[in-house]
Design a protein. Structure first.
Length: 255
């Protein structure tokens, strides 16, 4: 199934050497090699709360839609029944992400079976069970593990788990707080650490945390993520704001 991840998988694992600019391929002279042209920064719009918001995000070019399940705090949670209803109308190449605070493989598997998204975004530590168990139960599911960037230890955390997941998402929550914050904080984190993680791991890295139209270009230049992820930065009074969304997408596309 085509998804947000497929173009990068092709870039990483394709064994042939891509053509250089000016080389002739199929009777045409390339201005840029295909792999450079395909390396645009992807966009995930999170905290989607209705079919109408999903349609608006996709119309403006979102590559993935984030649907938030039950959380201990933060914006955007919606009922599993609504997540399932929205997800069934999201089709490739757009990916549907379930944000789940479940910390066991069994809980995550059960959650996905209720909502049928194409991707699971695990927003807290997987404390019980393994990623392998999730893959065996749901072989077509993409697994994205969130790392909340709190310091240099986040690099070591990424290196420990990157071989077991399809992607890593860097956010600015605090899973050790008395009331956990697992996303949607509106806060940035240390992008130098994020850049170190991008350089260290062999899977796509999504950058989240406090992004908006005014800072996303700088974030992309500094971190070089595979994708950017936004929630509060494109919302006004809890609703997806078309003007903010348009400005954000313009800023990303023009880096």
């Amino acid at each position: 199934m085509i998804s947000i991840f497929e173009p990068l998988s092709h870039i990483i694992f394709e064994s042939s050497v891509p053509p250089l600019p000016g080389e002739e391929v199929g009777g045409e002279v390339l201005d840029k090699p295909d792999y450079i042209c395909s390396m645009r920064t992807r966009v995930k719009i999170c905290c989607i709360s209705s079919a109408e918001e999903a349609e608006l995000a996709i119309r403006y070019g979102a590559d993935a839609i984030g649907l938030v399940g039950k959380m201990p705090s933060g914006p955007g949670p919606i009922a599993d029944e609504l997540i399932a209803s929205i997800a069934k109308n999201i089709h490739p190449p757009v990916s549907s992400f379930l944000l789940s605070s479940e910390q066991s493989a069994a809980g995550i598997i059960s959650h996905i079976k209720r909502v049928h998204t194409s991707t699971i975004q695990i927003v807290d530590e997987l404390a019980e069970g393994t990623y392998r168990q999730i893959r065996e139960a749901l072989p077509h599911l993409r697994i994205v593990q969130v790392i909340h960037v709190t310091g240099d230890e986040s690099v070591a955390q990424a290196l420990q788990l990157h071989a077991e997941v399809d992607a890593i998402l860097l956010d600015s929550g605090n899973p050790k707080a008395d009331i956990k914050t697992l996303g949607g904080t509106g806060n940035t984190h240390n992008w130098d650490i994020s850049r170190s993680i991008v350089q260290a791991v062999a899977v796509p890295v999504f950058l989240a945390g406090g992004l908006h139209a005014g800072n996303v270009a700088d974030a992309i230049r500094r971190v070089q993520p595979f994708a950017v992820d936004i929630c509060s930065g494109v919302r006004t009074e809890g609703k997806l704001d078309e003007e903010k969304l348009q400005s954000f997408m313009y800023a990303v596309r023009n880096v």
